[in-house]
Design a protein around this ligand. Structure first.
Ligand SMILES: Nc1nc2c(ncn2[C@@H]2O[C@H](COP(=O)(O)OP(=O)(O)OP(=O)(O)O)[C@@H](O)[C@H]2O)c(=O)[nH]1
Length: 429
């Protein structure tokens, strides 16, 4: 108790009378060992007060010391630490062990992520020159032949629009959210097609046959994208149902994931499509992929921001039939329809049509949006009626906008046809 006792207590302590010395006894008589002499009891402040106040006390009254606030020591340090934690984090995180990293990989990933966020914050903000609604987000689906590109697009379109797509041709625009439209494009398997697709992709879905592994097509496409400005990339593993051994499947998934990370970056997103149900990918897996596509933020690529470009939804040959009749190889006049991206385009500018060459633009006209975003009214989610889509080359979509006309596609079962005379006559017979 001595060293820890309060200083006040010491002020009034009185030494108890010393114990009398033990008697010396003959060596033959053995007694149990006497207990060690008791240390004088330290008195408390209360006792001290009583003692000093006792009448007839002859001892000299000692002046009491003032209370000294401790400025160092373990208790003070502990108190200081508590105060600091309470001020900084609102009293939370008192247990540092509970918030420490347990996995080195996780810690590394977290660190690289925070460094990435910091870098993005430090970038000079890019001026958004677009007016009105932004054009659809281009998702290029790339992969070797027969990997499941068309099937994946069909499943995603079905997820977003509840429409069955019979054939995947040209870009397919769907409204995926209140302020987001997505344009799916199947990347051709030839090198020229890949170069064209890499130029416009905002997101590339790289399909990989899990039962076979990576093919040259994927590496070629990655290299092309490196040159044209790297967009967002996600991997999708298909044909995983061909593994009968679960252990082998798990190992293959791990191996392909690490290979994919080595090519793109650590932690790059890789989806697994585990198999087909009634000839389609499972709803849950398609739903997960669609969620990611809907929320992903495009990377603004400086070259694209400064140059106008257009992905043609459809085209029309407007050359007069007479000139074609006279010369089948005459110069043709083509009208291209699509969303303009990048920056503004002027009449008379030279344009490059991939795979065809350079041409001069005879005119640019602004048309009504064939696949507008749903009304800006405050609603949660999209109603079924508003799930719009536009894919003129695949024969999907209700409206077709021409330069001078709008075509409305109405399903036959929604139309009441008037009876013609022939029909009436046949009914009477
Ligand atoms: N078992 C199995 N079959 C699949 C899977 N994915 C796609 N397929 C089948 O593979 C075949 C090819 O699918 P497509 O979607 O036409 O492939 P694609 O990549 O568009 O083919 P191309 O356009 O010719 O390059 C179809 O018969 C699909 O049913 C899968 O995960 N498992």
């Amino acid at each position: 108790t001595g060293p820890k006792a309060h200083p006040v207590a010491h002020a009034g302590t009185r030494q108890l009378p010393k114990p009398s010395p033990p008697l010396s006894l003959p060596a033959a008589i053995s007694y149990p060992p006497s207990p060690p002499p008791r240390r004088p009891k330290t008195l408390t402040s209360k006792d001290a007060a009583k003692l000093t106040m006792a009448p007839g006390d002859t001892g000299v009254e000692q002046p009491r010391k003032a209370h000294r606030v401790a400025k160092s020591g373990a208790k003070v340090r502990k108190k200081k630490g508590k105060c600091a934690a309470g001020d900084d984090e609102g009293g939370e995180r008192k247990n540092p062990k509970a918030f420490a990293f347990r996995s080195a990989t996780k810690a590394k990933r977290l660190q690289s992520r925070s460094a990435e966020i910091e870098q993005r914050r430090l970038h000079v903000p890019i001026m958004d020159r677009s007016i009105g609604e932004p054009p659809p987000f281009v998702v290029v689906v790339q992969g070797p032949p027969q990997v499941g590109k068309s099937l994946l697009i069909k499943c995603l379109v079905k997820h977003y629009t509840k429409q069955n797509l019979s054939d995947v041709r040209g870009p397919i625009t769907v409204v995926s959210g209140k302020s987001r439209r997505v344009q799916f494009l199947e990347c051709p398997s030839d090198i020229n097609g890949m170069i064209d697709a890499a130029k416009i992709a905002d997101l590339a879905l790289l399909l990989i046959d899990g039962s076979y592994g990576f093919e040259m097509d994927t590496f070629e496409f990655l290299n092309i994208m490196q040159v044209h400005g790297f967009p967002k990339v996600m991997g999708v593993l298909t044909h995983l149902d061909q593994f009968k051994d679960v252990k082998k499947l798990r190992k293959t998934k791990q191996r392909l994931k690490h290979r994919f990370w080595a090519e793109i970056k650590e932690g790059a997103k890789l989806f697994y499509l585990s198999g087909l149900i009634h000839g389609k990918y499972t709803k849950r897996e398609v739903h997960n992929l669609a969620r990611f596509i809907s929320v992903i933020k495009p990377i603004p690529l400086s070259w694209r921001m400064a140059h106008p470009y257009l992905l043609a939804d459809r085209f029309e040959d407007v050359t007069s039939s007479e000139s074609v009749r006279l010369n089948r190889k005459c110069d043709r006049k083509i009208t291209l329809y699509g969303y303009l991206r990048g920056c503004n385009m002027k009449r008379g500018t030279k344009v490059h049509i991939t795979g065809a060459g350079d041409f001069s633009l005879s005119g640019v006209t602004s048309l009504a949006d064939p696949c507008p975003l749903p009304s800006a009214a405050k609603k949660r989610g999209l109603r079924d009626k508003e799930k719009l889509f536009y894919a003129p080359m695949s024969g999907l979509g209700d409206l077709l906008y021409d330069k001078d006309a709008v075509y409305i596609n109405i399903n036959d079962h929604l139309v009441q046809f008037s009876n013609t005379d022939d029909n009436n006559a046949s009914k009477k017979q």
